[in-house]
Write a protein that binds this ligand. Structure first.
Ligand code: FES
Ligand SMILES: [Fe+2]
Length: 413
């Protein structure tokens, strides 16, 4: 019988089998349903519906009806010929034809099928196929949501009518200096960093919002792993403090920059889905940009930003390390030099929370999720969630974010 030669490095006795950590037989991974469901009647969906949500950029809302999907609901957004914005349930209350195919008139939108005319508040003003234009049309009401416009954005309130809060104001957008204006972005992912032109970004909104209180990834993803995507100064690993405040979570990230300056950067995540990110060039200034990280549905999101500017076009200004926009990058470049979109989209359409191993650096995310769970419970118990105001005086939000030339002990919000 022929013996099979054994290579000298081949162990004559098999190594003990490592039975730990095998991918085989692992439990099916799950998402935390309490904080991820956004549809009507879900605990988180009801909580999110207690705040005003952005639904469109004012300058884009026109007499051509647009389909919008918000919190899992399909709606139609339009502006009547008197200039009033309206947000209606998409399916016509008569027999279900989409109002997307409706025609906008002076007083509202007219359904294409049998011509019922609805005002921006859903009142049925005309039923041309019915005797006398619809004798009982006053009893007909197309489901509608109230909207208000501010900072160039249309906001909707989709919660219980008797709990409707005042639309908030943000101090950094209220106090404009000479020559400043508010620039708006509603392209979906902040206008620069997504390889998709569709404003509907294909992953869960929390993956994007949690990024606001994740200061360490700025050093890794944006500064060393993928080259410098923002400012050189972000290469310094920061010392970070997280703090839960009355309306969310902030971090203070302290760095001593190569040029000797001391810098504390403060980011704010405000309930329920709002961000204040300071300028990415690390110049010392308050953050003048507010973001709304909108849940389109359980697996899709889009972001709206409003920022105080002196020059237009800044939303298109952030590029990959090699000067390309993400829309121009090849698949290989995106793999070799990933940015926020790649990191967040690859967490899945909805992150699998049971797979996570949250560590010290994730304290901000832990605080944010804990606050969400508390507020969801508060709403379920019949209360009002943190950060809503029912009179104008209380509706002004003080925004803490900014880049400050301060050591960490001096950096107070
Ligand atoms: S389905 Fe809209 S008017 Fe008939
Ligand atoms: Fe980032």
């Amino acid at each position: 019988m022929k013996t099979i030669p054994i290579h000298p490095s081949h162990p004559s006795v098999p190594a003990p089998v490592d039975t730990q950590g095998s991918a085989y037989g692992r439990a099916a991974a799950t998402s935390e349903a309490l904080i991820t469901g956004v549809g009507p009647g879900t605990p988180c969906g009801e909580y999110l519906r207690r705040y005003w949500q952005p639904v469109g950029v004012s300058s884009e809302v026109s007499t051509r009806p647009a389909r919008v999907r918000i919190l899992g609901e399909d709606l139609v957004l339009f502006r009547d010929k008197k200039g009033r914005a309206g947000l209606l349930y998409e399916r016509c209350m008569h027999r279900g034809t989409s109002l997307f195919f409706g025609k906008v008139e002076e007083e509202g939108v007219r359904c294409c099928y049998h011509g019922w005319l609805f005002s921006v508040e859903g009142h049925c003003l005309n039923q041309p196929c019915e005797p006398e234009g619809g004798k009982s049309r006053v009893n007909a009401r197309q489901p509608w949501y109230p909207v208000e416009e501010r900072y160039g954005i249309v906001f909707a309130y989709m919660g219980p009518p008797d709990r409707r809060p005042v639309l908030p104001r943000y101090d950094v957008l209220e106090e404009l200096n000479e020559g400043e204006f508010i620039e708006v972005d509603g392209t979906g992912y902040g206008g620069y960093a997504a390889p998709v032109a569709d404003p509907h970004v294909p992953f869960h909104w929390l993956q994007n919002w949690e990024n606001i209180v994740d200061p360490y990834h700025v050093q890794v993803l944006h500064s060393t792993f993928s080259g410098v995507q923002f400012a050189e100064g972000f290469k310094v690993m920061p010392k970070v403090e997280f703090e839960q405040v009355e309306n969310g979570v902030i971090y203070r990230a302290y760095r001593r920059l190569d040029d000797g300056r001391e810098m504390t950067r403060i980011n704010a995540a405000m309930l329920p889905n709002i961000s204040a990110i300071p300028s990415l060039d690390l110049e010392p200034t308050r953050g003048r940009m507010i973001g709304w990280h909108l849940a389109v549905d359980d697996t899709t999101m889009r972001v709206f930003f409003a920022a105080a500017r002196t020059e237009p076009g800044r939303f298109a200004g952030v590029r990959m390390h090699n000067g390309k926009l993400w829309t121009e990058a090849t698949p290989q470049e995106r793999q070799d030099f990933p940015g926020d979109f790649e990191a967040q989209a690859s967490q899945g359409r909805v992150n699998l929370h049971s797979d996570e191993h949250l560590a010290t650096s994730d304290r901000g995310i832990g605080l944010l999720r804990r606050m969400m769970r508390q507020q969801i419970q508060k709403v379920a118990d019949g209360g009002d969630p943190a950060g809503v105001a029912f009179n104008e005086e209380d509706a002004l939000v003080r925004v803490r974010s900014g880049n400050f030339h301060l050591a960490p002990v001096e950096a107070s919000a």
